[in-house]
Structures are given as structure tokens and as C-alpha cells.
Design a protein around this ligand. Structure first.
Ligand code: SF4
Length: 344
């Protein structure tokens, strides 16, 4: 997908999707650049009309990151998006309502060597499969994906990745498990319509966590009713937690309790905002509420702080190196971290 490899032993990539009108080029570019800064690997944009498909040309010129055009219903939008320079397209063959239209898209994608994601969706499954299974079961989703894979293969088109989406977390897991056993194509995993950042993050961590732990999934997107940058952060954190991505800067913090004398939450947020999107180097930062357990509990951290009454300690590998006033705590911590990052 553009410069990003998907499948085989390639690192699992994190995707997101812009939430602007794609025809609003400045707003879409601003969101794409924010996603690039957050370390997003691939970004998808909605193509609901020809104006959006044509806007892709300008968007592509000013983006570093591979752009996927998200297409529903109209095959001509897919063709225009490819002509505007999309690095990949995502179609739901089930809602194009014509095999001939799917063939036309495949033909143009093949000429331009553009990969296609076959996005099977519980909401638009073929009628014959609904009749066979009674509802969009995981088996029905997996069977639909295999049917479309064979259709693409019959046209000698193999640059395929597949997604099987249902808003039910357990059905999605089962559908991907079935698909992973039935084909060798890369899988784009995600829990669709997962909800707000709170519920969506939990559903995604459970669903994608189980799949990734089983070795299923080549690229992922977290769907949140919220900021796309948060989608990327959650996706990156899932991969880091499973040791599937270089940890980069890891921030650990205590839950606080009655011993905490500083505003730990605001400090953690400040540190996270400044450092969490850095993928290099591997550095563990501990933000602890008090000295009672702070440096001791976090002694494997490269650097950390432990709050006190109006003061705080800065420690490295559990050894206290400085005592500073609370108001200078974050500033001093940043001063100590910067050389550690630039040295690496
Ligand atoms: Fe409580 Fe201190 Fe432990 Fe934080 S580090 S949870 S403030 S005892």
C-alpha cells in the first residue's frame, strides 16, 4: 500500500480514517497531517461523490502517508479515486450490486497495481448467504469473503486484503478466525461501530487483542466515535502491549491513592502528549504519586518522578537524582528526558 508493506512478516500497520468531508481539502489535509504526526501508517478517506474522488489528487500531492479511498455503491467513484492517485481502495463488493461493476474496478486497479481491500460487512451480506445461514453469522461472513477472493483470483488479481466486519465483537473474532484458516491473504482487522472512546477502546482491545494474540491480523483500525488521532494511539498501544511493535516511549503511572499529594493525572497527560507518539527510542518513564512506593516500585523505569508535599523527586533506575519544587517537576523531567532521547 504505497510505501507500507502489508502481510507476510511485515510489521502490523495502524490505520485511521479522516472524519472531514474529503471535498474540503484543507480540513482533510489538516487531519491527515495530524495523523502523520501521531505515527499513523495508512489513512483512509471517504469518497461519497465525484468531487471527493477528484479532491484526492490534491490531497495525495500534499500527503506523505498512503491514502486509501473508501468506496460504497458506485464503481465509477473507485475508478476516479484510482485515477486521482489513491494508493489503495476499499470496496464492499456486496453493495456494488453488480459483478460487472466489480470487474471494472479490478481491471483498472490491476492496470495501476493498486491493492484492493475486500470489505465484507454484516450489514450488506449477499441475500443467498443470509438465506443459507438465517442471519449474518461469522460463517456467512467468512463464506462471503472466500467467494469474493475467488472472484478476484479468477481475474488474476491477487493484491487483496480482506476485512470482515460486524459490530458484535465476538462474531467479528469468530469470522476472522474462520477467514484466517480459509485463506492466506492479509487481514485488515477492526471492530466496526465500536462506540465512544471508552466503550470502543474496550471492545477493540478485547476483539483485536484476542485476534492478534492468535497471530491473526496484518493491519488494523480502531473505530471510535471520536478523534482519529485517538484511534491511532489506541491501535499503537494494543500492538505495544502485545510486543508486536517497538515499545518506543512507554509511560507507566500509578493509580494514585490517599498518599498522592500532586496532580498526577495532569502530569501524566502532559508527558503522554509530548512523548507517546515517538517510536524511538525504547524508554520507560514512570510517573508515581508518592515517594513511599514510587522509586522502588518503578525501579526498572529509565527515568521517573515521585510526588511529595509541594515537592517531587526525579529518579533514574530507582536512584533519586534530584529533589525539585512541584511547580518545576514537569519542566525538570522534560529537561532530563530530552538528552536520553537525543543520545539514543
Ligand atoms: Fe499511592 Fe504512592 Fe502507590 Fe501512587 S505510588 S498508588 S500515590 S502509594
Amino acid at each position: 500500500m504505497g510505501k507500507v508493506k502489508i502481510g507476510g512478516y511485515a510489521p502490523i500497520s495502524v490505520q485511521s480514517m479522516t472524519k472531514t468531508r474529503t471535498s474540503d481539502i484543507p480540513a482533510t489535509l489538516a487531519q491527515i497531517h495530524a495523523l502523520e504526526d501521531a505515527g499513523c501508517d495508512i489513512v483512509r478517506v471517504a469518497i461519497p461523490d465525484l468531487t471527493s474522488a477528484r479532491a484526492l489528487k490534491k490531497i495525495k500531492q500534499e500527503s506523505e502517508i498512503p491514502i486509501v479511498a473508501d468506496i460504497h455503491f458506485h464503481h465509477n467513484l473507485a475508478i476516479q479515486a484510482i485515477e486521482s492517485g489513491a494508493d489503495g481502495i476499499r470496496i464492499n463488493p456486496g453493495n456494488l450490486n453488480s459483478k460487472e461493476k466489480v470487474r471494472k474496478i479490478i481491471k483498472v486497479a490491476k492496470e495501476r497495481a493498486i491493492p484492493i481491500r475486500i470489505g465484507v460487512n454484516a450489514g450488506s451480506l449477499e441475500k443467498d448467504l443470509i438465506k443459507k445461514y438465517g442471519s449474518p453469522t461469522p460463517q456467512a461472513l467468512a463464506e462471503s469473503s472466500i467467494k469474493w477472493i475467488r472472484f478476484f483470483e479468477a481475474m488474476e488479481f491477487f493484491d487483496i486484503k480482506v476485512s470482515l466486519k460486524s459490530s458484535d465483537c465476538l462474531s467479528t473474532i469468530q469470522a476472522y478466525q474462520l477467514a484466517a484458516h480459509a485463506s492466506h491473504y492479509p487481514l485488515h482487522i477492526g471492530i466496526t461501530e465500536a462506540g465512544t472512546p471508552f466503550t470502543g477502546t474496550i471492545k477493540s482491545c478485547i476483539g483485536l487483542g484476542i485476534l492478534l494474540f492468535e497471530g491473526i491480523g496484518d493491519t488494523l483500525r480502531i473505530s471510535l466515535t471520536g478523534s482519529p488521532v485517538d484511534e491511532v494511539r489506541v491501535g499503537q498501544q494494543i500492538l505495544k502491549t502485545l510486543n508486536l511493535r517497538e515499545k518506543g516511549i512507554e509511560i507507566i503511572s500509578c493509580p494514585t491513592c490517599g498518599r498522592c499529594e500532586i496532580n498526577l493525572l495532569s502530569i501524566v497527560k502532559e508527558v503522554e502528549e509530548r512523548f507517546s507518539s515517538l517510536t524511538h527510542p525504547s524508554l520507560k518513564i514512570a510517573i508515581m504519586g508518592c515517594v513511599v512506593n514510587g522509586p522502588g516500585e518503578a525501579k526498572d523505569a529509565d527515568i521517573g518522578i515521585a510526588g511529595g508535599k509541594g515537592t517531587g523527586l526525579i529518579f533514574k533506575k530507582g536512584i533519586v537524582i534530584k529533589k525539585v519544587k512541584e511547580k518545576d517537576l514537569v519542566k525538570t523531567l522534560f529537561q532530563e528526558i530530552e538528552p536520553l532521547i537525543s543520545k539514543a
